[in-house]
Structure formats: structure tokens, C-alpha cells
Design a protein around this ligand. Structure first.
Ligand code: GTP
Length: 241
């Protein structure tokens, strides 16, 4: 047993839509979704409150649709709806494990989920429910990384935990560059000036200005999230100088 106090009381977990693809080319791999739900269940069992933002890139990506000629606003709206689909899938996977979860949407779709109301979100978290924040910020031209930063700040999360496919932030792409160096700790300003691929600049600036640390970790590494929650130095920490 680890008797150390937990470093985080409330977290915002940011998952990319692509993380749900697993072995699929499009949509959601149920096995991956179930594994993510199990990991969230383990974290809740520690007593940590969990909010989640999921992207929609496994279904639609607004910027990509715009490159294909579609109106950007329409593309982004389709992307926002894609995040609602992913959020409903996660809610279902959590509930199948006996975890209470509530999808809260930035766009009003009352027939299928709750509206995002900050005070209700905090109540859900305090009751041990997972709040899954859907539809991004509800606005085009904002990424789901920015939505994650916004929601994390609004709910008073202690950390924004961003799940990726690599175990942190590197000086170059570690897949194509064997000399790429992994950072343990980075300042917000270095992320911005060196254009390190952590999150988009809007999200980084929001985190910096509101003193919200970011942890980048590898979601495909089983148990990494739990180790992070128990206080291990997992992945890369982006924090104030
Ligand atoms: P507490 O009052 O904290 O216990 O929250 P609660 O969410 O259990 O209570 P509430 O009576 O607000 O909601 C009961 C159920 O209705 C929950 O499953 C909610 O997610 C769901 N619900 C609440 N508002 C909406 C909505 O606008 N749309 C949809 N589809 N479901 C909603």
C-alpha cells in the first residue's frame, strides 16, 4: 500500500478521439473503450474526482473537413457532434462497470444528455460521478484541447492530464528521430517558444495564465494513469517556471 497523500484531488482527463480507434480505422474499438473505463474506475477508487474531455477525430475533424472544401464552421460543428458520440460511448462503458457518469454538452441536446452547467458539473464530481464534457467549447475554431483547458479551469481541477500515444513530450518526433530527447519538466513558455507539440497555443496560454499544470502521459501503457495518480513521475509535466 502506498501511504503517501495523493497529489491530485480532482483531475481533467483529456482523451483524443483517435485514442478510441484501437484496431479500427474509424469509430470506436469497444475493447479500448472498456480498458479506458477500467482505468478511470481504478482512479475513482483512489478517491480522485474525474472530469473527461474527449476529442472527435476518430469520426470527424473540422479542420480536415475544411481542407476538403467544407465550410469550416460546419466542419467544426460536425466535429463537436462527434465528441458527443464519443462521450456517450464512454458514459455507457463506465456505467457498465457500475460507475455513475454524466455527459454534459456545451451544445443543447437535452434529449440525450445534460447541458453543461458548471455548478452541476462540480456537484457530479463531488458525488463521485464522472463528468464527461462533450461538444468542445460549443464554438467553432476551438480545439478540444482548449475545451479541456477551459473545463479544467472552470471545475478547479488540480491538473490537466493529457493522454497521448507517447510517454511524454520530446524535442523531436521520437518515431522518426532516434536522437529525440524526452522532457521530464517543461515551462509553459518553452512549450510556446519552441513550438513543442503538446496542445495548441490557445490551450497552453489558458493553462499558463490560470496556473494549471499539464501532464502528458502514454495512455496505451497500461497502469500509467494510476501510477501518475499515486504520485509517480510519469510522462512530462508542463508547469510554471
Ligand atoms: P443529483 O441531483 O445531484 O442527484 O443529480 P442527478 O443528475 O442524479 O439528478 P437529476 O434529477 O438532475 O437527473 C436525473 C437523471 O436525469 C440523470 O441521469 C441526469 O443525467 C438526467 N438528466 C438531467 N438533466 C437532463 C437533461 O437535460 N437531458 C437528459 N437527457 N438527461 C438529463
Amino acid at each position: 500500500m502506498n501511504s503517501q497523500p495523493l497529489p491530485y484531488r480532482r483531475i481533467l482527463l483529456k482523451l483524443s478521439g483517435e485514442a478510441l480507434l484501437g484496431q479500427e480505422d474509424y469509430g470506436i474499438d469497444p475493447a479500448v473503450l472498456a480498458r479506458i473505463a477500467r482505468e478511470i474506475k481504478d482512479v475513482l477508487a483512489l478517491g480522485v474526482q474525474v472530469g473527461v474531455v474527449i476529442g472527435g477525430g476518430n469520426i470527424f475533424r473540422g479542420a480536415g473537413l475544411a481542407q476538403g472544401g467544407m465550410d469550416r464552421v460546419t466542419g467544426d460543428q460536425m466535429g463537436m457532434l462527434a465528441t458527443v458520440i464519443n462521450s456517450l460511448a464512454l458514459q455507457d462503458a463506465l456505467e457498465r462497470l457500475g460507475i455513475y457518469a454524466r455527459v454534459m454538452s456545451a451544445l443543447q441536446i437535452n434529449e440525450i444528455c445534460e447541458d453543461y452547467i458548471r455548478r452541476r458539473a462540480v456537484r457530479h464530481l463531488e458525488k463521485g460521478r464522472v463528468a464527461v464534457f462533450a461538444a468542445g467549447t460549443g464554438n467553432p475554431f476551438f480545439t478540444t484541447d482548449t475545451a479541456a483547458a477551459l473545463r479544467a479551469i472552470e471545475i478547479g481541477a488540480d491538473v490537466l492530464v493529457k493522454a497521448t500515444k507517447v510517454d511524454g513530450v520530446y524535442s523531436a518526433d521520437p518515431v522518426t528521430n532516434p536522437d529525440a530527447k524526452r522532457y521530464d519538466l517543461l515551462s509553459f513558455d518553452k512549450v510556446i517558444t519552441d513550438k513543442l507539440n503538446v496542445m495548441d497555443t490557445t490551450a497552453i496560454v489558458m493553462c499558463r495564465d490560470n496556473d494549471l499544470p499539464i501532464r502528458i502521459f502514454n495512455l496505451t501503457e497500461e497502469g500509467a494513469l494510476m501510477r501518475l495518480m499515486r504520485g509517480a513521475d510519469v510522462g512530462t509535466l508542463v508547469a510554471a517556471d
